[in-house]
Write a protein that binds this ligand. Structure first.
Ligand code: NAD
Length: 436
């Protein structure tokens, strides 16, 4: 099939590339000329494991191309995906200006029947409004379908290629059938292809993210309780996870969720609820528990050193909001760094992929280290914020030699408290009883 994807970010570029890899002819469109130029010259604007290789192969084989010209980009396409950002607006709701701007542009350039697929995460009713806005500027026939995306940054290619399910929201069965054909190569192992109304499809994406964020805030609240009462959340996790009604997935205590999806999507749901006068007490609690959790690691550091950190050097391992991405949107690391700087600390940071994005925000206010051990030189403490694999089994002897004080605040519970004590570290995790 001939496909156009508007918006070449984490979702759009992965979608376009994976659809090209399965044999379709794909044009990726973005309004940011620098991004398109970079892609045309073989560069990749984001870090996502495995993406560069796939982009290069499909571009070289002529199945994947890039343009800023939406009219030309969609001219030949039968299916046009909208995958632009839907960030949080000033009122807490999703800012749909990008989606609607693209919808109107598509409408103005329609040159024959096309299916317009909304892949961006959008509140209920957006697909209907997209259809209205396109109809207002064209006489060409078209259909609009909702197709929310469930991929995870850091494993986006794998998630797109082997989705747990594909959800589409359509008004006409034949539109659903066309999309089923498009997705057939990705559903070979009997993955469900679920056809529903656009309203249910739109809501499905938000409900999924609300559930996942709820799990995170739930386990974080329980972890904080464990810590105060001398219990260990890791042991408790094992104790509950074997109950099949509960399970182990997505119940890892930490420093709170970040990223470009959970925070804004939970707030969009709260906004949707308010608009209809429906209580959203749970989602409000999930959001506020998370905001508090993002401050927990900094709080532990201040409890240890006192309110001022002048003359202290704090190392931070992990800046991306999760491992295997360079994305720092709403990352808990930023909350910590802001606090450390405000309290007068020198901050030495390391992340395998996110340093360029953090440097763009903080400039020379931080010391950037290419290697994890480099960040530890003369450090009074190490704070671990993101659980990159390379932090799981470090050389503790080297760490002890490099650090001025062997103190670790571990926001991801990577190590065992008793082992750390034996090695000579002062060690605090999340929700784990202190070892005396
Ligand atoms: P992103 O910010 O990485 O990318 C969005 C892209 O759209 C940018 O390159 C931007 O330049 C482009 N764009 C914006 N307005 C445009 C316009 N008028 N014309 C052409 N291009 C335009 O965003 P993302 O993370 O890929 O997210 C996109 C959507 O997918 C959001 O609604 C998000 O909630 C949803 N989503 C994201 C993820 C994720 O993990 N990132 C997962 C599932 C769903």
């Amino acid at each position: 099939m001939r496909i156009a994807v508007v918006g070449t970010g984490y979702v759009g570029l992965v979608t376009g590339t994976c659809l090209a890899e399965s044999g379709n002819q794909v044009v990726c469109i973005d309004k940011v000329a620098a991004k398109i130029e970079l892609l045309k010259s073989g560069g990749i604007p984001i870090y996502e494991p495995g993406l560069a290789e796939l982009v290069h192969r499909n571009a070289k084989d002529g199945r994947l191309s890039f343009t800023t010209d939406l009219g030309a980009g969609i001219a030949e396409a039968e299916i046009v995906f909208i995958a632009v950002g839907t960030p949080q607006g000033d009122d807490g709701g999703a800012d749909l200006s990008g989606v609607y701007a693209v919808a109107e542009q598509i409408g103005r350039h329609l040159n024959g029947y096309k299916i317009v697929v909304v892949k961006s995460t959008v509140p209920v009713g957006t697909n209907a409004e997209v259809a209205r806005r396109i109809a207002a500027v064209t006489d060409c026939p078209f259909d609009v379908a909702s197709n929310p995306e469930f991929l995870k940054e850091g494993a986006a290619i794998e998630d797109f290629n082997k989705p747990d399910r594909v959800v589409v929201g359509v008004r006409k069965p034949e539109v659903g059938e066309r999309l089923r054909e498009l997705y057939a190569p990705f559903l070979r192992t009997d993955r469900p292809f679920l056809v529903m109304t656009p309203e249910s499809a739109e809501m499905t994406k938000y409900v999924a993210n609300c559930m996942l964020a709820t799990k995170i805030s739930f386990i974080n609240e329980m972890a904080n309780l464990c810590e105060r009462y001398g219990a260990d959340i890791n042991q408790v996790r094992r104790g509950i996870g074997h109950d099949q009604r509960i399970g182990f997935h997505f119940l890892h205590p930490g420093v709170g969720y970040g990223g470009s999806c959970f925070p804004k999507d939970i707030r969009a749901v709260i906004h949707m609820a308010k608009a209809k006068g429906v209580p959203a007490a749970m989602m409000e609690a999930v959001d506020s528990v998370n905001e508090a959790q993002k401050a927990v690691l900094g709080g532990k550091i201040l409890s240890h050193f006192g309110p001022r950190l002048d003359g202290k050097t704090i190392a931070v391992w992990g800046l991306a909001f999760k491992p295997r991405t360079d994305d720092i949107r709403e990352a808990p690391s930023l909350t910590l760094i802001d606090l450390l700087l405000e309290r007068g600390a020198a901050v030495r940071v390391h992340d395998p992929e996110a340093i360029p994005n953090v440097r763009a925000l903080y400039g020379d206010r931080l010391i950037y280290c290419d290697r994890p051990y480099g960040a530890l030189e003369q450090a009074d403490a190490l704070a671990i914020v993101t659980e990159w694999n390379e932090f799981r089994n470090p050389d503790f002897e080297v760490m002890l030699r490099l650090m001025r004080q062997p103190i670790i605040f571990d926001g991801r519970n990577l190590y065992e408290p008793a082992t750390m004590k034996r090695l000579g570290f002062q060690y605090q995790g999340i929700g784990r009883a202190m070892v005396d």
